[in-house]
Ligand binder design. Structure first.
Ligand SMILES: *Cc1c(COP(=O)(O)O)cnc(C)c1O
Length: 379
């Protein structure tokens, strides 16, 4: 492409989002600073209520991160050494990391080729007498088939914990997030669809029986002042809760805009050789990420460089699946119960295009132009 028409398109729009809401966010932070209460105070409690209300569920519990949210729920449900949790390797590393931290084993089920979500038809074959839970991940902003998952879980008496770090505001054809599980775990790190200026996370649940335990676990095992059982320090502080209260009001409009941008990408890239995102009928996909797949891994690497060289800050999510990570704690592929060829192929071929609600039309058009220019060049 000619240098004259070159633009820079960033991958994230955090600062633009801050500028759009600056008055409200500054006032919210200022309010906390003046209040003198910074940890486990009224602003956090209010946000937990707002979050539960928004999700149409009973309890919201803030914590330090999405990883901690998963870990705290596993602990509260009594999952530990010797237990197995069925999940997917097509996700961010933290899903398995949290399983590992309670001493349990992650058992990976192959993904569906079109959505990259857990293939529910393969879950039952992975269940053993040690299986305690299923952890579906609503990857890239689209829900897994929670109806099928909850039916399998009921038949085998398993817990279901939704890893919803990427799909706040998504829903299924006739089910909502949290409706068919024991708990939902969410991340508020800045790059997530609902993010604060730093780290944060939450558990949302309808189960009255685990709330007190999770709240104690996140606060040094303290059920009562000065009385402790074993716990940890994992709290959502007041400044982050204040920011999230402001942002929660905008989540629907932001998701709508993400969907609009995704539709423009999909129309703009029609007829190219790339595999474009699949939206399941009736599901609300909120496009945490807009992922395309190249035909070969070699093309992916060359294309990513071409996009980056031409000012498009494309990335890869996730280029190494969990079971192929150096740090995978169970001895890499040797420990897999079944091979995961689709997961590995997808990891080697994915490219994430810039996706955030504040993208401007000229930027969206430019991204499409650069991807198409690559396609024309490669042919
Ligand atoms: C981001 C993410 C997490 C972890 O959240 P943190 O807040 O970064 O700890 C877990 N699972 C998935 C699928 C994620 O995308």
């Amino acid at each position: 492409m000619a240098a004259a028409e070159k633009m820079q398109v960033k991958f994230y729009g955090h600062v633009r989002q801050y500028h759009n809401l600056k008055a409200d966010i500054d006032a919210a932070i200022q309010g906390v600073l003046e209040s003198g209460e910074y940890v486990l105070g009224p602003v956090g409690v209010r946000f937990e209520k707002e979050l539960a209300g928004y999700a149409n569920m009973k309890h919201g519990i803030g914590c330090n991160s999405g990883t901690d949210a998963l870990w705290l729920v596993f602990l509260a449900l009594g999952i530990g050494p010797g237990d197995e949790i069925i999940t997917t390797s097509s996700t961010f590393f933290a899903t398995a990391e949290a399983i590992w931290f309670v001493g349990a084993k992650a058992v990976f089920v192959e993904m569906e080729a079109d959505t990259a979500l857990i293939d529910v038809s393969k879950i039952e074959a992975a269940i053993t007498p040690r299986t305690k839970a299923i952890v579906p991940v609503h990857l890239y902003g689209q829900m897994a088939d929670m109806r099928a998952i909850s039916e399998i879980a009921k038949r085998h008496n398993l817990f279901v914990i939704e890893d919803n770090a990427q799909a706040v505001d998504a829903h299924g054809p006739d089910f909502a997030i949290g409706e068919l599980s024991d708990a939902v775990c969410t991340s508020f790190i800045i790059q997530k669809n609902l993010g604060t200026f730093g780290d944060g996370g939450a558990i949302i649940t309808n189960r009255d029986d685990i709330v007190a335990r999770i709240k104690a676990l996140r606060n040094h095992g303290s059920f009562k002042r000065s009385h402790h059982s074993m716990g940890y320090n994992s709290r959502l502080d007041e400044i982050h809760a204040a920011v999230l209260s402001v942002k929660l009001k905008h989540i629907t409009e932001w998701s709508d805009r993400r969907r609009e941008i995704a539709a423009m990408y999909t129309i703009g890239l029609q007829g190219t050789s790339f595999k474009l995102p699949t939206q399941k009928p009736g599901y609300r996909h909120v496009f945490h990420l807009y992922i395309i797949e190249t035909t070969t891994p070699e093309e992916r690497d060359l294309m990513l460089k071409y996009l980056n060289d031409n000012g498009v800050d494309a990335k890869t999510h996730y280029p190494i699946s969990i079971h192929q990570q150096e740090g995978f704690p169970w001895g890499k592929e040797a420990q897999l119960s079944t091979p995961l060829p689709l997961t590995e192929k997808s990891a080697a071929s994915v490219i994430s295009l810039p996706m955030f609600p504040e993208l401007e039309q000229s930027e969206i058009d430019y991204v499409i132009d650069v991807v198409r220019a690559w396609e024309d060049r490669a042919r």
